[in-house]
Design a protein around this ligand. Sequence first.
Ligand code: NAP
Length: 257
Amino acid sequence: MSTGREFADLQGKCALVTGAGRGIGRAIALELARAGARVVCNDIDPRTATETAALIHLEGREALPYTADVADGEAVRRMVQEVVAAVGHLDVVVNNAGIEPSSPILDMPEQMWDRTLSVNLRAVFLTSQAAGRVMRDQGGGVIINVASIAGVRTPLALRAHYCASKAGVYGFTKACALEFAAYNIRVNCVCPGVIVTPMTARARRDPDIMARWQREIPLGRLGTPEEVAKVVRFLASDEAAYVTGQAYFVDGGKAMH
Ligand code: NAP
């Protein structure tokens, strides 16, 4: 008989969340910790990574802060090696770290394009490769990538680099799921809509943009980081044991058309 308590139970699992210092990444780290996972909270900013780990400790759960730039291959491989050396296994990876600078294509410096693609897409490959090797050798695992509706359905002006990177994450997720299925590694992505985080803070201060979003979003409101985190928690758990290569839209219906 089901007690309900086993839902999304990650007891004994080790989860790595990138960009866990704030926003959606912090909510995911907290959610996975509440489900019982020991969570490695990665961020490029040591202060915020430590803050997230401290919030998890306050709830009596286990967490480790880890500072690394996920666009740096050496740093990513070292991070995965050190996590496995410390914990013994790595069961869940959430590729969440992302940046969203703004520029018209005609004025965009190459460096802005390259950095956005490196943090948002190359890092997903780097982490999936390093963690995938560990998961293959240990007999399985789960990878969840944070893409965006902007890469798949609703492109954004002044964010061509961002949209391209997120379309790449969507395609990579599916190809990776195909290759990694043989190793019992499930790979899925979530595509958030407009979520209340520091990334959207500037746009949220503009009443015209807010009014447009409210019109465009069937549920009539922006999403919370916790609402994204709950879907990630489901995908990370054995409740989603037969789900791979999928994209879950967490967007209040914005991209349904
Ligand atoms: P956020 O508030 O800006 O948080 C992103 C976190 O990632 C920050 O803590 C940031 O650190 C960290 N980070 C940036 N570059 C990094 C790197 N190279 N290595 C490690 N960590 C790095 O963003 P968010 O809104 O929570 O977004 C999280 C993810 O969801 C992103 O992939 C984003 O594209 C995606 N998403 C967000 C929305 C939305 O509406 N918010 C919608 C769709 C998709 P710093 O603070 O030091 O920069």
